[in-house]
Design a protein around this ligand. Structure first.
Ligand SMILES: [Fe+2]
Length: 265
């Protein structure tokens, strides 16, 4: 309906074209729709075009076994105790991936086993800036339909994060639009979708409304020190066709934006 594979290919081209090029990409779950092997073959082909490392976590639409099969080179997907939880130590900040998936359910959960693992990982390097990423956001969004399929029992996670001041941000997906909130002494946010968005429908009716607002992702820049992590929305869908540039008060001209527009079927 929304040509999500085509939009993802456009997003990949967009990320590859950013200057400076992102060091890595976090894919925050719901990587495919039905969790079938054939979908992951398509996904692997598209994400394989990224010119930088990328890291995956499952969403409620995903299947752990199928993910591992489709991305055999991604050793970290072996996870811990069956959950796709892992740390990536190669970058600053440190990355900690959480797995909120409950197979067969739309909502998510971090059981005591998963939370214990997080507590241990955060305790390992308490002074190293750290980003946590997960699929279900750890806060209510006001979008009733999404909150009805949100993360159960957020208090356990909040209690751990609050005791670890090195957590610069908690990044999530699931909601298909950018939402941010203070959470447990840090900042939490959701990424917009690379294809359709969930409509900004703050009414009480628990209906699911999708809208073709501009596809986008988040670009995070680590400035370090007191400046910390700065997060930007980056539109990926070719909605803006020209870049107008000024320097030292002088107009330098317009250049085409390289991101290709999504082809209409
Ligand atoms: Fe989801």
């Amino acid at each position: 309906m929304y040509q999500t594979a085509r939009h993802l290919a456009v997003a990949v081209a967009h990320l590859n074209g950013l200057l400076p090029r992102p060091e890595f990409v976090l894919c925050t779950g719901d990587l495919v729709d039905g969790g079938g092997d054939a979908e992951y073959v398509i996904l692997a082909d598209i994400l394989g075009q990224l010119t930088m490392p990328f890291y995956l976590i499952p969403g409620n639409h995903d299947d752990r076994a199928a993910m591992r099969q489709a991305f055999p080179a991604h050793d970290y997907l072996a996870g811990h105790d069956g959950f796709m939880q892992y740390t990536i130590e190669a970058w600053e900040p440190r990355l900690i991936a959480l797995d909120t998936l409950i197979p067969g359910e739309a909502g998510g959960r971090l059981c005591p086993q998963r939370l214990d693992w997080l507590r241990e990982r955060l305790g390992e390097q308490p002074n190293r800036p750290t980003i946590i990423f997960m699929h279900h956001p750890p806060f209510r969004t006001g979008l009733a339909i999404m909150d009805n399929m949100g993360l159960a029992d957020t208090a356990g996670l909040a209690g751990i994060v609050r005791r670890h001041g090195q957590v610069e941000a908690v990044l999530a997906g699931h909601v298909h639009r950018f939402i941010t909130r203070r959470f447990a002494g840090t900042v939490a946010m959701t990424a917009p979708g690379p294809a359709h968005q969930i409509a900004l429908d703050l009414g009480v009716a628990a209906r699911l409304s999708l809208i073709m607002e501009p596809p986008a992702g988040l670009v995070h820049q680590w400035l370090g020190g007191e400046d910390g992590l700065v997060s930007h929305v980056s539109y990926t869908g070719g909605c803006y066709q020209a870049l107008t540039v000024f320097k030292d008060g002088q107009w330098l001209g317009e250049t085409p934006v390289l991101t290709p527009a999504i082809p209409l079927a």
